[in-house]
Write a protein that binds this ligand. Structure first.
Ligand code: ZN
Length: 241
């Protein structure tokens, strides 16, 4: 299974960067997780005709789904077979309705515990802790697992959800010193490292890099205090399991 980072920033991009977007390729199956601003452009470097099997949106904040709004135009104009399967939470209602009424997406409701099959790939959805309805995705292919946290603050189920994953792709938006309080809406890099350690994952990839951050060295150092096998997501880099 291969993970390619299409965009790593939030809640707005760094200069020249893209917001959240991740491509998963496994056998004949290609899935896109999130399609934030800039991610569609990077996806089209790999799939000019966007012939992927589905798009999974952890939640409907704009930095995770902004490019879905222009994908609505691309699909018919590129004469791509529609509808394209889109997994997304049904709230916030306004955003969901915009996608559902476009006529080019076949909407599948995200629900905690739901298992979805795409070819040989199984995706299990888990609840995350964020101000809007948000899900994490546990993606499994031939015994290998990539767990993507979506946007989340620390919560009691998180370690169990990702236990034993080969790759933990984790929201690490804040540094410890920047954490706005106990009810933070994102993990810190240090917390991502703690989760990776407690869950015994193979590798931690920290993402959701704040768009105003000038470098990621401190993020990496904080995460590595707890978990050595850690990287910061890099746009268009590939990670294999
Ligand atoms: Zn969010």
């Amino acid at each position: 299974m291969k993970l390619t980072v299409l965009g790593r920033h939030g809640p707005f991009p760094a200069p020249g960067g893209a917001c959240s977007g991740y491509l998963i390729q496994a056998g004949d199956t290609a899935l896109v997780l999130e399609l934030g601003p800039g991610a569609l452009s990077n996806l089209r470097r790999i799939y000019p005709n966007i012939n992927v099997d589905g798009i999974l949106l952890s939640h409907l904040h704009s930095d995770h789904m902004g490019d879905m709004l222009v994908l609505r135009y691309a699909l018919p104009q590129l004469k791509i077979k529609t509808p394209l399967t889109v997994v997304a939470p049904e709230t916030p209602e306004t955003e969901y309705r915009t996608l559902a009424s476009s006529g080019v997406f076949e909407m599948v409701s995200a629900k905690a515990g739901r298992k979805l099959r795409f070819g040989e790939v199984t995706v299990t959805l888990h609840g995350s802790s964020h101000p809007v309805e948000t899900y994490a995705f546990d993606i499994e292919y031939r015994g290998k697992r990539i767990f993507y946290t979506g946007d989340t603050g620390m919560h009691t189920d998180l370690v169990n959800q990702c236990r034993g994953a080969d790759i933990l792709l984790a929201d690490a938006c804040f540094l410890n010193a920047e954490k706005p309080g106990e009810k933070a809406q994102h993990l810190t890099a240090g917390e991502a490292g703690q989760v990776a350690k407690a869950a015994g994952v193979g590798q931690l990839i920290c993402t959701h890099v704040w768009g105003g951050r000038e470098d990621t060295e401190q993020m990496l150092a904080e995460a590595r205090e707890h978990f050595a096998n850690c990287l910061i997501a890099e746009e268009m880099h590939e990670y294999h399991v």
